[in-house]
Design a binder for this molecule. Structure first.
Ligand code: ZN
Length: 231
């Protein structure tokens, strides 16, 4: 019963080899990493949009503040020119000095905000360029990957044809179990038990498991999930 599966597994190695070669090809890796970037780019742009909107609102607010202060400054200058009372003049001068300090500080904030806006603009340009490069990388490597895949197609089909023949000789339940594990990227799937341990992960097997094996049954390893058999 197990021999038919082992025959299948032996040819399945060739299929696995092609799958691995495709999955680990630089073309696929480059295409996947570009795709990952492109998938995340919208979120990045949205974040940047929010940042730009907030900065621009803050910038406008500071400009309004500055204009208000400038108007006040003008009023003080006018008032000072018309005054002859020294006490009142001193008071207005003090007010003017306070105002000048405020104007200075708002000016500094405006410069900081303006720099922040510039850096957001630079980020937009960077994203635009990186996106363009990622798109090119994705297109180029996606195409190359498809070519690589196509170049393996005939070989793959020949192996699949052989596998279909071998499959017919395997117990259907055992075959299903094998294919389920194989789909979960386990390969090789079936291992021989040697010295009462799993041939793949070396886990010790229980007495009842060993008994089942002795009766010609196959078991599944609790630890690595492989199909185990004993000849
Ligand atoms: Zn195991």
């Amino acid at each position: 019963m197990i021999q038919a599966l082992l025959n299948y597994q032996k040819i399945d190695a060739d299929l696995k080899k092609i799958e691995t070669e495709l999955a680990e090809s630089p073309e696929r890796k480059k295409a996947v990493s570009a795709k990952k970037y492109l998938d995340g780019v919208e979120e990045n742009v949205n974040k940047l949009d929010d940042k730009a909107i907030n900065l621009s609102a803050e910038y406008q607010q500071k400009l309004d503040e500055l204009n208000k202060f400038r108007e006040l400054e003008q009023e003080l200058v006018t008032a000072l020119a018309e005054i002859d009372d020294q006490t009142q003049a001193n008071y207005l001068i003090k007010k003017a000095e306070e105002l000048i300090a405020k104007i200075k500080s708002v000016n500094a904030e405006i410069v900081t905000l303006s720099n922040a806006v510039s850096s957001v603009m630079k980020e937009y340009v960077t994203i635009k360029n990186t996106t363009k490069a990622a798109q090119a990388q994705y297109n180029e490597n996606g195409k190359k990957y498809n070519e690589l895949k196509a170049s393996k197609q005939a070989e793959k089909e020949e192996i699949e044809r052989k596998l279909a023949e071998l499959k017919a000789q395997v117990d259907p339940k055992l075959m299903d179990l094998y294919l389920k594990k194989r789909a979960n990227k386990i390969y090789p799937v079936a291992y021989e038990v040697v010295n009462k341990v799993c041939g793949a992960c070396s886990m010790s097997l229980s007495l009842s498991e060993l008994n089942k094996l002795k009766n010609g049954e196959v078991i599944e390893c609790d630890q690595c999930g492989r199909i185990l058999y004993q000849k």
